[in-house]
Every structure is written in structure tokens, then in C-alpha cells.
Design a binder for this molecule. Sequence first.
Ligand code: SF4
Ligand code: SF4
Length: 455
Amino acid sequence: MKTFSIGGVHPDDKKISAGSRIESLPIPETVYISMAQHLGGPAKAIVAPGDRVRTGQVIGEPTGFISAYVHSSVTGTVKSVGLRKDLAGIPVVHVEIKTEPVDEWADGIDTSDTLVTDIPQDRQFIIDRIKNNGVVGLGGATFPTHVKLCPPPDKKAECLILNGAECEPYLTSDYRIMLEKTRQIVVGAALMKKVLGVSRAVIGIEENKPEAIKAMSAAVSELQKSSADYSGIEVQTLKKKYPQGGEKQLIDAVMHRQVKSMGLPIDVGAVVQNVATSLAVYEAVQKNMPLISNTLTVTGDCLPAERQKNYLFRIGYPLSWIAEYNGGVPEGAVKIISGGPMMGKAVSNFDAATLKGSSSILYMTAEQTERKLESSCIRCGKCAEACPMGLEPFLLNKLARNGMMEELEANAVQDCIECGCCLYSCPAYIPLLDIIRVAKGEVIRAMRARTAPKK
Ligand code: SF4
Ligand code: SF4
């Protein structure tokens, strides 16, 4: 069975909410839509207090090449446009909308459930729809998808890889969409294959999701009988190993190619997109539906079984409102994570609004979050064995603590993907990830300053 060749760990997958069908959340009285939904320049709000907006209407325009449109997720009246705190407590421009209970959709959006499988042959039409509907990567990075699908002319894509690994413990939203939006995801893959001009697309799914592998394989076979546009798409079962869903790890597993230090997937002919992004591409191109919703898992060991959920949310819903709808913060929860336990971010502002890329509300217990007392490195090498980027975390830790920036760069700290495998493996409980993450940030800032054009 395929997997990546360097490092990795095997945390308990804890997919407690896997059996929960996707439920649509109702519309709250007020939503707060952030203009910073994506990597790159935040969108510029183009509505003002008092404006009535319809569901799917553009309310934020891109501000640069790497930026994306933002649309209203509801019908209602704009109450304010101003700063509001995000997940980390950082003020960001949000559009506050007092909602109406029934959607009035913007013109041209197909809200029906009809599956559209005919692939448009005009590549530019597909790109424009993806761009105009604000599609961004939903695997974590939220990079604008139309940019990623248009590599520079000197780079040639050879293979599209769809990430269906969902290797982070606890998260089950990708699993559910692979079961419930199966054919739409495959159509999305065919659309991206068309844009990239590649003949091959691989949907990589970890072995612990046999139902998803079966469903996706059946959908691929069915659609391949209907049109040649679906040829070259295949499902590959991947070994369960964290971080299988990392871009570089998936490329290694599927194409047996290594992306060089500071390199990009396209350097080795690969474009990686998440299965949720593929669904968003389907909606954008085939239904002209903007990216205003996504699926999110509410889970955690301290959450009762009947409240383990996968919800279809719209952007702008306060996390605290979703938690309240789910029955409130459960007893025993001492920390809330947005994302998985390995790469997710601690929520410091629970009133923050959902973003296009929101994937979970994960409740952690005191036992799970306890910081064990750090002791001295015993030079066991387990962190280096676990690192999927082939780094030496024990060395990076030492260099970072001594402020040795040049040496950190020489030892490729900038290649750290912040997966946490080193921290997970360390018997001395050294906070390797925290230390390396800060050092990486400083090194990358210094590298950028060196290469920035002189004013
Ligand atoms: S967090 Fe960075 S250094 Fe640690 S294992 Fe992951 S890639 Fe390696
Ligand atoms: S795993 Fe921890 S104790 Fe072992 S070499 Fe790495 S830093 Fe040192």
C-alpha cells in the first residue's frame, strides 16, 4: 500500500463523529463575514451599512493577484463594516449582516440538487467561474484555487492529486462529503483536470476509510462510462500514517517524487487539491454557486456521542453560536481547537466567525492538554525518525534556543510543515513544535527581506 517514504507517526485516529450524516445548520440572527477568508490580500468590502444583500451576492472584492472574492452567505441587511476579532483575537474587517430567515438568492445561481456532469470544454470559462465564486483551498491553506490551477508557463502540471486522506485525528468532514457528495467531488476533479490539461488525477484516501474508498471508486467507474472527460481518474488507497495529507507527503506517496527544499508541488508536475475544494469547484462551475458554505466537525472525547456532529455551516456563523446549537461547551472541555489536534489552532476568541476553511470545533480535556514537565534531550533520535521532512528537530531546537539563525536556515528549518510529529514523539516532552515554529517564522522573514526588491 502506498505511503510517503520519510518519517510519520500513528496517532489514534479517533474518528468518533464518522457516523454522523451532514446536517444543515439553521441561519443565526446575525452573521459576521470576514474579508480575510483566504491566503493573500484580504478582500475589500464593497457594501455599506443599510445595504440589503442577497445570498450569494459579492460583498468583498479581491485586492491583488493572490486574493479572492467574498460573497454574502445570507439574505439580510448590512449592519456594520468594521473590525472584529478573528480566531486568534486579531482584528480583521468583517461585514455584519442582520439576517432574514428565507434566502433570496443572487441571480444566476442554480440551487437545485440536479447533478451536472457535462464538463465545459472552455478552460477559461471554468477558471472564471472558480475565481468569480471565490473558491479557495479547503485543505488548510485557503490558497485561491484559480491561481493554483494556473501555473506559470515554464511549469507543466502532469498529475492532479486529490487529498482525501483526512489524516488528522478526530476530523470527519472530508470523510462525510466523500460519502454524501461523492459524484460532485469526481466531477470537480474532472473540471480541474481539464483546466490543468493533465491526463491523470489520483484521489488518495487512507485505508481507515473503506466506505469512502468504495463509494468514490464506484462514482469514478460510473462517470467514466458516461464521458471521456473522466478518463485517467483513479482512487488510490493510502496507508494510514500521519501526515499523509501533507502536500509533499501525498506527492511522494502517489508519484514517488520529492519536492525540493522551499520548492512547490508544481516543480515536480503535481497540483494537490483537497476533496472539499473539489466539491467547491463543482458547485462554482456547474451551479455557479459561490463558496459560502462548508462542512465542519464538532467533536472531542468529552462530547456525548449524540452530539458528535458534522454540520453544513455558512461562512460568518460565530463558533460560540454553533457550539450553543450543539448543546453548549461540554463538561470537561478546557481547550477548543479549530482544526485537528496535530495542526489545528487553539481558539482564543470563541465568538470568532466561521471562515471558508473552517473544519472543526474540537473540545480537548485537561488530560489531553496537560503540558508534561520538559526534561533534557536524551539524544534518542525519535524526533528525527518521525519528521516527514527529514529534518533534525533536536538540532533545530538547540539552534533556536541559541538564536543561531544562519545555522537554522542551513538546516532547513524553513521546510518544517508544522506537523507536530516531533513533539508527539519526544519522550523528554520538549516543546519542539512551538520552538521550531517561531524560529521558522523568523528565518522566513529574514529570507524574504533578503530577496525583496530594493526600494
Ligand atoms: S513539526 Fe517540523 S520539525 Fe517537527 S516533525 Fe513536523 S516537519 Fe519535522
Ligand atoms: S525526541 Fe526529544 S529527547 Fe529524543 S532526540 Fe529528539 S528532542 Fe531529544
